[in-house]
Design a protein around this ligand. Structure first.
Ligand SMILES: [Fe+2]
Length: 306
């Protein structure tokens, strides 16, 4: 028994609890807090400690307010229920533990219901800069502070509604090949816009450009690079550009977009949905990201029968 407890942990890639959940097809899970090892807590402590001064310099003010209002413990992996106790009264959002990747439609549908699918594993203490998949630091420290902001939270819900519109629009197409082609294009547009705003967005602040995207806010190396490096191109956010712009995930982003405000972001997601209904997202530029069979299926299965 003691041996099982000693070998148990919630380290990314080495978490028997998560493997078991995946093997049994359980997407939504509990957070078995007692399984976090001391190494797991130490990984959180180091990640948090080294990001704090970077956030103070480069994070937008809504994120910094969010970190304060969530009262995250700098020394221990957070309990999701504690996070939700502070988060929920502010915007109705709650973090929802998942066993890993969930199909795209379900992800967006969670957002529509003000639930944020949240990974509970944490990266290996020995390789803090290597992130093969999202972990609890990315999800809770990178994403969730933004969910305390009402305008940002409403923007996420609007993204969720777009997913329903995509499923609906696809359901109107009789020809199967054409249905898949258009759906792929709409999902590419959505994924790109989400990437360039929610994950890697910059925002104009009172004293210069700040980060608002969670991929930046949870990356020790890329946060300063994104704000300060002359190698990064930074342009005002334009919907028509972002939805046609391919991106790669395995290196620092060479091109980032700067939004004016969350109100602007909300109105652009609104426009994204309108363009979807008008058929203007049926032929976006080819290229990354690839849309997987599983993601397409999640939308087709969600489509209302026409
Ligand atoms: Fe993310």
């Amino acid at each position: 028994m003691a041996q099982i407890a000693a070998s148990a942990s919630l380290t990314t890639g080495h978490a028997p609890f998560i493997e078991d959940a995946r093997d049994h097809g359980r997407l939504y899970i509990d957070q078995p807090y007692e399984l976090y090892s001391e190494e797991n807590h130490e990984a959180w402590r180091r990640l948090y400690q080294r990001m704090l001064p970077k956030w103070e310099r480069h994070a937008n003010e809504h994120f910094l307010n969010g970190v304060r209002s969530l009262c995250l413990d700098p020394d221990r992996v957070p309990r999701i229920e504690d996070v939700n106790r502070y988060l929920c009264p502010l915007t109705g959002f709650r973090a929802k533990p998942v066993s890993g990747y969930i199909p795209s439609f379900l992800f967006f549908d969670c957002l529509r219901n003000r639930e944020f699918p949240t990974t509970i594993t944490i990266r290996d203490l020995a390789t803090l800069d290597y992130l093969p998949e999202p972990d609890i630091f990315h999800d809770i420290a990178g994403h969730v502070p933004m969910h305390t902001d009402r305008a940002f939270a409403d923007t996420l819900v609007r993204f969720g509604e777009c997913a329903h519109t995509a499923a609906e629009m696809a359901s109107y197409i009789r020809d199967e090949h054409e249905r898949l082609r258009r759906l792929t294009s709409m999902l590419k547009a959505m994924a790109r816009f989400f990437w360039f705003t929610i994950e890697f967005g910059l925002m104009q602040g009172r004293d210069g450009i700040k980060a608002s995207g969670s991929g930046l806010l949870s990356s020790f190396g890329e946060l300063s690079h994104a704000i300060e490096s002359p190698e990064v191109q930074r342009y005002p956010l334009q919907l028509e550009w972002a939805i046609n712009q391919a991106f790669e995930i395995d290196h620092y982003q060479p091109l980032l977009f700067v939004a004016d405000s969350f109100d602007q972001l909300f109105s652009l997601v609104d426009r994204l949905e309108r363009w979807m209904r008008e058929g203007r997202l049926n032929n976006v530029a080819p290229g990354e990201p690839e849309i997987s069979e599983r993601d397409l299926r999640s939308f087709l299965e969600a489509a209302p029968s026409a």
